[in-house]
Every structure is written in structure tokens, then in C-alpha cells.
Design a protein around this ligand. Sequence first.
Ligand code: SAM
Length: 226
Amino acid sequence: MSEGAHVTLPAPASHYLGGVMRLGEGDAVKLFDDSTGEWLGRVEGGTRKALGVRLVEQLRPREAVADLWLCVAPLKRGRIDWVAEKACELGVARLVPVLTARTVVDKLNLDRLRAHMVEAAEQCGRTALPELAEPVSLTALLNGWNPARTLIFADEEGGAPLAATLRDCPAPAAILIGPEGGFTDAERAAIRALNAARPVSLGPRILRADTAAAVAVGVWQAVVGE
Ligand code: SAM
């Protein structure tokens, strides 16, 4: 996107702006795209299925994103959607679905998750979407781990207090959250064997996986983020 360029909006945005909001020729719209940030545009041509917009000026550049990954076992439909939204709102750079022994979801609709992220970004004013990785097995994730990235391992069986652990591990970092059924002992041992792993506790109670993800990312942003 650049000043003066003419863009055609995707069908869902065209339908909402052209069909629902009934915007017409010359009406102002705010757009954002993941590489150049937020723009002021004016409707110019197109149809309700493919609305045309002329870009007038850049309102906000693409924001810098703290290098935090959220690695989470896919959860049942509504819950993983909620995690994708919170990951976007809370400034996660990359969401990595991790397939573990007790992961109950075998088919993950990445397009649906991406759509939830776009909606969350529009709502919270974020001008850079989290990257959404292809699902990866826990074994492959650990085998390919970059030791420069600290792995904050949310272990329901216990670990160091989260905030204290975070104080000495700036970005790049990743937070790992297990599935509804938790990690197996073998998985726990394999994660803990990683040099970069820092097992942490999120408190004395067993949190739902989605709650654990939001809490851990929120505390990371408060302690380490920008
Ligand atoms: N196996 C657990 C149980 O005993 O019922 C359930 C796992 S919990 C629903 C899902 C994930 O959330 C866990 O694998 C862990 O990553 C995280 N989690 C939940 N509560 C936690 C806590 N108090 N401390 C650290 N991690 C926690």
C-alpha cells in the first residue's frame, strides 16, 4: 500500500462497508494492512462484492511487535478462537499451534483463526497481525528449537514463579501451553530437557488452557514487553 494507490477490498470487507454500512463514492474509510500499517482511504468505484478504495494518507505505520511467540495446543473451537483473539490483542508476534499427545483437536481451521485475529486487530487498533504458523508436533518443535529463544514452559505440575522468571529473560521468548488434558510425563521431561526451557507456575490452581495462555502472555507483556 502507498499514498494514491487504488486497492480493491476483499469480499467480506466490501460486503460490510458497501452492503451493511452503505458507504458510497468518496466516503472515507480506515484500512490497515499487515505490512504498511493504517491508512485513510476514500471509496472509489468497485461493487458491493469488490469495493474500490483510493489511499489518501498513512495514519499509523506498522507497529513494532515484541518478539514473543505463543505455542499452544489447539483447543476446542471457541476456545482456540478466543486464544487467537487474545494473542492479537496482547501483542504476540507469532501463534504456533503445537500438537501434543493429548491434543483433542485434529483439524485446525487456520483461515478462521486468521479472521479472528483480523477482527481483534481492528477492534484493538493493532496495525501488525501475529504470524500464524502451521500446526507442528511438540517433538518437531523441540527438535528444531533455536536456543537463543527462551521457552517459558507453563507447567501445571509446577515451576518457578512466572514474573520472577520473566525478569531475567527478555525477548525473544516463547510461552508453551498444553492442551485441556495437559502434558504427559514424557512430554514434560522432553520440554524440561531443553536448555532454553524455563518451567513456570501460573499459581496454585489448574487453569483452563485458554486462561493460562492469556495470563502468561499478559504477564510477559507487563514485565518484558514494550
Ligand atoms: N493436566 C491438567 C490437569 O491436571 O487437569 C490440565 C491441563 S491445563 C487445563 C492446560 C494447560 O494450561 C497446562 O498444560 C499448562 O500448560 C497450563 N496451566 C494450567 N494451570 C497451570 C498452572 N497453575 N501453572 C502452570 N501452567 C498451567
